[in-house]
Each structure stands twice: as structure tokens, then as C-alpha cells.
Design a protein around this ligand. Structure first.
Ligand SMILES: [Zn+2]
Length: 413
């Protein structure tokens, strides 16, 4: 049952909004079908490159203009592709040309966009997916093909969702369809429960209501990988390079797993309809560097962007709002009396206030400050209190998810 703690909340929150998720399904084509998929992907890529070259040469980035000027040429060059795939290739090319021109304006190195393998984009006109039968019908160069697919276990909760678009991707000889599905958002009434979350390294996350999340051992594993990578880089032999490559993949998978586990734990610790408050992530790295000194090295490569995106989409499924606050002083302030001083922080693990003598686990103190900061922001904003102001206050990089929602890649756990 939805919680109805604040009955005066904006009625807009009662509306069921769709959420988009990407589900990756493994296609199982026979050899004939596989060659049709290859031909389709190749022609789609060629069409993409054709439009890119055209737009780049003529300094044209308007989609409608590019459509009128290239459509016939594409149809003549690649007659086996259905019209809609031509259009999708042009749409993707338009985006590529636009971003190339943007890079150029920013004086960054750039050349005419060109792709080795541009994933064909399917939509309602070109594909039809049957969750029950585990089949998908795709337009290809040899007409519509009916293909079986395998569904990963994690994706079962998204089955039945409305398929919107799909990208056809080949990876190491296997064909995948990245399907964007629309699922219903949970009907959860927002509450005014606010939980601050302090992200760190020694303890991956601590919440203002006293949960210590993630595993402390992660840092040790990261440190070992770091040392190993250093040693291999020094060696520089062919086999060392090969080993390094494998290690990089392994590290990426490990971090991804950690981010999945941590984001899930964080979101599940927040009551439904509540608000999770994090520090504005782009500033976090800077703060951690000053806080932990020597460990900054490892942090540079372990980006918070992935963790943030995992938290955001998992929160959405639980009706939890994610907000951000300015990270300044959250680790130096006393969460009891508000006294802020550099030397308040006596050691890494423990916070001791010089003014009132209050002492607490340092990250817990930080998490409480984060929550308090968010509440203070709400108070300053006036206009009726927390529940009404939810989408506007805490305006920062997190606020994006209320306006623009890139489809989250649905993960394992
Ligand atoms: Zn104090």
C-alpha cells in the first residue's frame, strides 16, 4: 500500500509515469539468419557513414534537411534496407554530426564521424517482440526474420514491458538486442523522510540513519589490482600487455559488481517515497582526495558516475527521490552543534568536536550533515515545505533525472 503521510502533497505525484529500462537479450540466429544480420548491420553502418560524410562536408546538421538531401541517395545505394532503417541511420548520423560540430566549436580535436559498426536501431515499425514465445521479428536485408532469443534472469521483472526501440549489436560473434522497454513506475506517495548518504572508501557508504553499507574489503582488492597493474605496466612485455588487458576487464567487472551491490543496499535502506541525499558527485572526488590523501590515485579511475546512475534507476523503482547537496564542510562540521573547523576531524575514523566534545564515527557524522544540509535547503526555499518542493529543491546534477531520463541499463541485482 502506498504511504499517505503528507496528504497536502502535489497531486502530480499520484500520476503513474513510465520508466524506461534497457534489457539485453541474446539472439539465437541460425547461420543463414546470422549472415542476414551481418549484412543489415553493414549496410546500416554504411548508410550512417554516408550521411555523416554528407553532413560533415556541407556543414549540415539539421535532421530534416539531411533527410531530404540524402534519403533518395541512401535508397539507391542500399535498396535492401527498409525505409525506416534508412531513417534511423540518418537520425544517428545527425546526432554524430551535431556532436562533432560541438567538439569543433569547443576547439577539441575532431574529424568526420565514421563508424566501423553502427548498431541498427529498430522501432515499432521494424521489430516486434514476443515475451511469451521468446521470439523477435526483425527487418533485415532479406525481409522480416523470426528469431529466438534468450532472456537473462535479471530481466524477467521487465518482461511484459512495452518494447519501444532496440539496437542490434554484434559482440564477439554473438548477436544481442538491446531492447528499451517501458515499465510502470510504482505508485508511491512521497514522504518527508530524508536520509543522508556519505560515500567513502574505507566504508563505501554510511547513511544518516546509521547503516554501514558495502564491504570494507573492496578497498583492499582495489589496492591489490592497482599494484599488479603498476608492476605489469613496468614490465611492458607482450605477455604483460595481454595480462594487463585481462586485468582491466576484470577490474571493470569488479567495480560494476560493487556498484550494483552498493546502490541496491543504499536504495533499499531508504523508506519508500523517501529522499536519498548524496553529495554532488562531481565534487566528491575532490573532497575525498583532501580527506584521504594518498588514496586519491585509485579514486581517479573509479568513477562515481556508474554508482550514481545505478542509484538513480534503482531509486526510481522504489519511488525514492535522489537529491544532491554541496559537499563542502560536510566532514568538518559537528552534526550536533554545527561548529565547523578543520581540526574537528581528529582521525579518519572518528569525529570529535572541539566546541562541544561530541564524538561520532566520522562518516556517520558526515551523513547526518548531508541530510541536515538538504533539510536546510528546503527551509530556505520557502514555498510550502519538503514534499511540494521535491523536484526543484536540491537542484543539481541529480535533478536531471526528473527532466531527462536516459534509459537505464538494467543491471543484475
Ligand atoms: Zn559540536
Amino acid at each position: 500500500m502506498p504511504r499517505l503521510l503528507s496528504l497536502q502533497i502535489s497531486p502530480a505525484y499520484g500520476i503513474v509515469e513510465g520508466m524506461q529500462r534497457t534489457v539485453r537479450v541474446l539472439l539465437r540466429p541460425n547461420s543463414e539468419q546470422a549472415s542476414a544480420l551481418t549484412a543489415t548491420a553493414q549496410q546500416f553502418t554504411a548508410a550512417f557513414n554516408t550521411v555523416c560524410a554528407y553532413g560533415w562536408e556541407r556543414r549540415e546538421k539539421n535532421g530534416v534537411t539531411l533527410h531530404h538531401q540524402t534519403y533518395r541517395m541512401l535508397k539507391a545505394k542500399f535498396p535492401a534496407l527498409v525505409s525506416d532503417l534508412h531513417i534511423q541511420a540518418r537520425v544517428k548520423a545527425t546526432e554524430a554530426v551535431k556532436s562533432a560540430f560541438l567538439r569543433q566549436r569547443q576547439k577539441r580535436p575532431v574529424s568526420c564521424p565514421r563508424s566501423q559498426a553502427c548498431a541498427p536501431r529498430y522501432n515499432v515499425h521494424t521489430f516486434r517482440l514476443d515475451w511469451e514465445a521468446r521470439t523477435v521479428r526483425l527487418s533485415t536485408t532479406v525481409g522480416r526474420l523470426l528469431l529466438d532469443f534468450r532472456l537473462p534472469a535479471y530481466a524477467s521483472r521487465y518482461t511484459g514491458g512495452k518494447p519501444c526501440t532496440a539496437d542490434l549489436v554484434e559482440r564477439r560473434g554473438r548477436w544481442w538486442l538491446h531492447v528499451v522497454v517501458e515499465i510502470e513506475a510504482p505508485v508511491v506517495s512521497p514522504t518527508d523522510k530524508v536520509v543522508g548518504v556519505d560515500l567513502g572508501l574505507a566504508q563505501p557508504a554510511v547513511t544518516s540513519h546509521g547503516r554501514f553499507l558495502g564491504k570494507r574489503g573492496w578497498r583492499g582488492i582495489e589496492a591489490r589490482t592497482f599494484r599488479l597493474r603498476r608492476a605489469l605496466q613496468k614490465k611492458g612485455s607482450k605477455s604483460a600487455k595481454h595480462h594487463l588487458c585481462k586485468l582491466r576487464d576484470k577490474q571493470r567487472r569488479f567495480r560494476r559488481d560493487c556498484d550494483h551491490v552498493l546502490s541496491k543496499q543504499i536504495v533499499q535502506s531508504i523508506p519508500e517515497g523517501g529522499t536519498a541525499v548524496l553529495e554532488n558527485l562531481k565534487d566528491i572526488r575532490r573532497r575525498l582526495e583532501t580527506r584521504h590523501g594518498a588514496q586519491s590515485r585509485r579514486l581517479h579511475s573509479w568513477s562515481f558516475a556508474q554508482l550514481r546512475s545505478f542509484i538513480t534507476y534503482k531509486a526510481e523503482e522504489r519511488g525514492v527521490t535522489v537529491a544532491g547537496v554541496d559537499p563542502r564542510h560536510t566532514s568538518q562540521q559537528c552534526s550536533r552543534c554545527g561548529h565547523t573547523a578543520r581540526n574537528n576531524r581528529r582521525s579518519r575514523a572518528f569525529f570529535v568536536c572541539r566546541a562541544c566534545g561530541f564524538s561520532l564515527h566520522a562518516d556517520l557524522n558526515g551523513a547526518r550533515n548531508i541530510a541536515a544540509k538538504y533539510r536546510a535547503n528546503l527551509g530556505n526555499a520557502g514555498a510550502g515545505g519538503p514534499s511540494v518542493n521535491r523536484p526543484i529543491v536540491g537542484a543539481d546534477e541529480f535533478a536531471h533525472h526528473t527532466t531527462y531520463k536516459p534509459p537505464a541499463l538494467a543491471g543484475g541485482r
